[in-house]
Design a protein around this ligand. Structure first.
Ligand code: BG6
Length: 470
């Protein structure tokens, strides 16, 4: 280790989840169905007609009933912040309802009360891969302009109810992932190979306008609030020093940068307009849209798990990794059990890159290792000796320290899946990310008991020393 950097005072250490991956109770408290309730295999198979019993998300890890116990465990680790999402279909069961569902709103009141009791700051994702199913089926998801209005009504409800007690808001989880997973990310039911780029970019435009309107609304209804965009960050390296590969990597990055550029600068970048011109894409953009887009974000948040390579040589374009962004594997890196290539230095690259590009405070809101854990007894207590997870997080935090030394402005760090949850891409329990083990198996069996892993005690130390160990 070459650098010892202090993390800034007030640095927001914590963990992250999403409603559909932890709450369960999919039909309780007046909740309507979301797209997740018909995705029993994540992104691996098409949605089912109706919820099926093999869908682990229907019960997930029962956070809906156990949130107090879970938040107490987060507090024991010393969390300063907890990232959660609000399930849109708990608040507006169909998405297009005139009035919100009070029972759903009351549930999040209780969760926020509990966080407040422990002095943990909430970081709320407004839409995390859980579009109300009715909006997908009856409207075509975000391809339909009406969704801007429904989303705006939902945001208004959230800001009016929670605006005085939630400071940090994220508008759409991994907004750029819609390029690759239109149903998961944008509630768009048309299969990807039948979806035209015209319709895809129109849907993206609607989401970007909705995000900007949410920012405008937050300024009006929740003046202390900070609104951020959320980007799936995967730095793309040229596969070789061939300049053609460098350009291919640049263009792959542009596809993702565009989302941050629009959120931070309030207008479409030239390279994207060129892409539209050359691909016959003509967006329906109103004057009001242009005006809305000027409401730029306060900060930029992102998830980081891996990097990718890109090449201009079609023969070297082998199948991508086990993630949703495609790309070419990097021959220099090792991969996780799910084929996600581990690249701690890539996190430093992203932090520098985003900071230099947008000059907005950054927030790492997802990072972590999905791995198979073995529950064992140590001194009579069930636990998991997850040294591999500690090593992964440690290596990444060293690079965060390097980026801080480089001068990057970083608000906080929330590890993904601080408690074991159902994976998004594969809908498995066995792909575990947590500091807290949840006794539930891929076949749905298990007591749902919670156990502290070795990493739980490690993370408590990290937070207690404000990262002094890095
Ligand atoms: C991100 C998502 O893509 O990665 C999370 O925002 C997801 O919802 C996380 O869980 C890890 O992916 P997976 O497929 O391992 O759960």
């Amino acid at each position: 280790r070459t650098v010892t950097t202090s993390f800034p005072a007030g640095f927001l250490w914590g963990g992250a989840t999403a409603a559909n991956q932890v709450e369960g109770a999919y039909a309780e408290g007046g909740k309507g169905l979301s797209i997740q309730d018909v995705l029993p295999r994540g992104i691996q198979t098409p949605p089912t007609e109706a919820p099926t019993p093999d869908n682990l998300k229907l019960e997930a890890v029962d956070f809906y009933h156990r949130y107090a116990e879970d938040i107490a465990l987060f507090a024991e680790m010393g969390f300063k912040v907890f990232r959660l999402s609000i399930a849109w279909s708990r608040i507006f069961p169909n998405g297009d309802d005139d009035a919100p569902n009070e029972e759903g709103l009351a549930f999040y009141d209780r969760v926020l009360d509990e966080l407040e009791r422990h002095g943990i700051e909430p970081l709320v994702t407004i839409s995390h891969y859980e579009t109300p199913l009715h909006l997908a089926r009856a409207y075509g998801g975000w391809t339909n302009r009406d969704l801007i209005g429904f989303y705006e009504r939902y945001c208004r409800t959230l800001f009016e109810r929670y605006g005085h007690r939630v400071r940090y808001w994220l508008t759409f989880n991994e907004i750029n992932s819609v390029l690759h997973e239109p149903f998961l990310s944008g509630g768009i039911p048309t299969p990807k190979d039948q979806l035209s780029e015209q319709d895809l970019y129109q849907a993206i435009h609607h989401e970007l306008v909705a995000s900007a309107r949410a920012t405008r609304l937050a300024r009006e209804l929740a003046p202390g609030a900070q609104v951020g965009c959320m980007i799936l960050a995967m730095p793309t390296y040229p596969l070789t020093p061939d300049p053609a590969d460098v350009v291919a990597a640049m263009q792959a990055e542009h596809a993702n940068y565009a989302f941050g550029d629009i959120h931070c600068r309030g207008e479409y970048p030239g390279y994207l307009l060129r892409y539209f011109r050359e691909h016959g894409i003509e967006l329906d953009v109103t004057d009001q849209d242009r005006e809305d887009l000027r409401h730029t974000v306060d900060f930029v948040s992102f998830s980081y798990y891996m990097s990718l390579c890109e090449t201009a040589d079609p023969e070297k374009k082998v199948a991508g990794l086990g993630n949703i962004m495609g790309g070419v594997p990097n021959p220099t890196l090792e991969a996780s059990e799910w084929g996600w290539q581990i690249d701690p230095q890539g996190l430093r690259v992203v932090l520098n890159d985003y900071w230099e590009r947008w000059q907005k405070p950054l927030f790492i809101v997802e990072n972590g290792l999905g791995a198979v854990d073995q529950l064992v007894e140590v001194d009579g207590t069930p636990t998991v000796v997850d040294d591999y997870r500690i090593a992964y997080l440690d290596d990444h935090l060293v690079q965060v320290g390097e980026a801080l030394a480089d001068g990057v402005d970083l608000l906080g760090y929330t590890t993904w899946g601080c408690i074991d949850l159902v994976s998004a891409s594969t809908a498995q329990m066995s792909k575990r990310y947590g500091f807290i083990y949840v006794d539930r198996n891929d076949d749905g069996t298990g007591s749902l008991e919670r156990y502290r892993k070795k990493s739980f005690h490690w993370y408590r130390q990290v937070i207690a020393t404000n990262g002094a160990m890095f």
